[in-house]
Design a protein around this ligand. Structure first.
Ligand SMILES: Nc1ncnc2c1ncn2[C@@H]1O[C@H](COP(=O)(O)OP(=O)(O)OP(=O)(O)O)[C@@H](O)[C@H]1O
Ligand SMILES: [Mg+2]
Length: 244
């Protein structure tokens, strides 16, 4: 049964999508079969893996969520990576989901049907804590929370923790949250915040951090570059987190 990893942070631009594609590529290099779910209307992850002649019509996440059809993963330009693509209609999906029965767990029931076909299922979420993000959280075996060690990102973390506490109580879940420090600079603010976060959250902060720099954000498949070493090491950690 494949492990579901949800990447979530309601603060925008912290590197959720960059983490999703690097993780997927590092796992694919290890011959793992990876399914990506793009739940963000911006569709950044979808376009990252698309080639000029990719046809994603009729297989988007929106159709499965609203018309209650199965998720239909599409092929990407990486043979070990499939994707359920996003499109702009997701931007108001919360309104359409609001009337549905068991609306928080629609995605989880669909993901479960595919879990045997993949080693890892990675869900990239939008920068909000709406219904589709809650659906994505309720699929998760583990949660990755990207965080820039700065006050605004830590505020975002506090909002996620409050939501997780409520979901834990209401849905009888026990979320395992793992913080990934991203865009880390060699400044005294970042060093101080990193050490505060490590003393507050202990092992929940991944050992491997991702530094601030263009090579971490580069499109490795399109420029045929290797993923940055830091993502390779982080992938090891994420695989360990998800070991039974
Ligand atoms: N380690 C890094 N160092 C420098 N720039 C980075 C790093 N990681 C990502 N970026 C850049 O930061 C920007 C935001 O990254 P990304 O789109 O992955 O964030 P996001 O959290 O998915 O954003 P959104 O909330 O809009 O979905 C992009 O331009 C990306 O290339
Ligand atoms: Mg994104």
């Amino acid at each position: 049964m494949g492990k579901v990893i949800t990447i979530c942070q309601n603060k925008g631009g912290v590197g959720k999508t960059t983490l999703a594609f690097n993780l997927a590529e590092c796992l694919a290099k290890r011959k793992k079969k990876v399914l990506l779910l793009d739940t963000d209307a911006q569709a950044n992850l979808t376009s990252y893996f698309a080639s000029e002649d990719t046809d994603y019509s009729g297989v988007q996440l929106y159709d499965a969520m609203i018309n209650d059809t199965k998720l239909k993963p599409a092929k990407t330009i990486n043979e070990n990576i499939s994707i359920v693509p996003a499109d702009l209609r997701l931007s108001d999906i919360d309104y359409s989901l609001a009337q549905k029965f068991a609306r928080e767990t629609i995605l989880a029931s669909k993901v479960r049907m595919l879990a045997d076909d993949f080693d890892y299922i990675i869900i990239d979420t939008a920068p909000n804590l709406g219904l589709l993000t809650i659906n994505s959280l309720l699929c998760a075996d583990s949660l990755l929370i990207p965080l820039i060690p700065e006050p605004f990102s830590v505020q975002g973390l506090n909002m996620i923790r409050t939501l997780l506490k409520r979901l834990n109580e209401a849905m009888h879940k026990d979320f395992k949250m793992h913080i990934v420090l991203q865009k880390v600079k060699n400044t005294s603010l970042h060093k101080e915040m990193e050490s505060e976060l490590r003393s507050a959250y202990g092992d929940a902060v991944c050992k491997q951090t991702i530094k601030d720099g263009i090579k971490y954000a580069e499109k490795s498949i399109q420029s045929e570059m290797n993923n940055a070493y830091e993502y390779t090491a982080l992938t090891e950690e994420v695989m360990n987190i998800n070991k039974d």
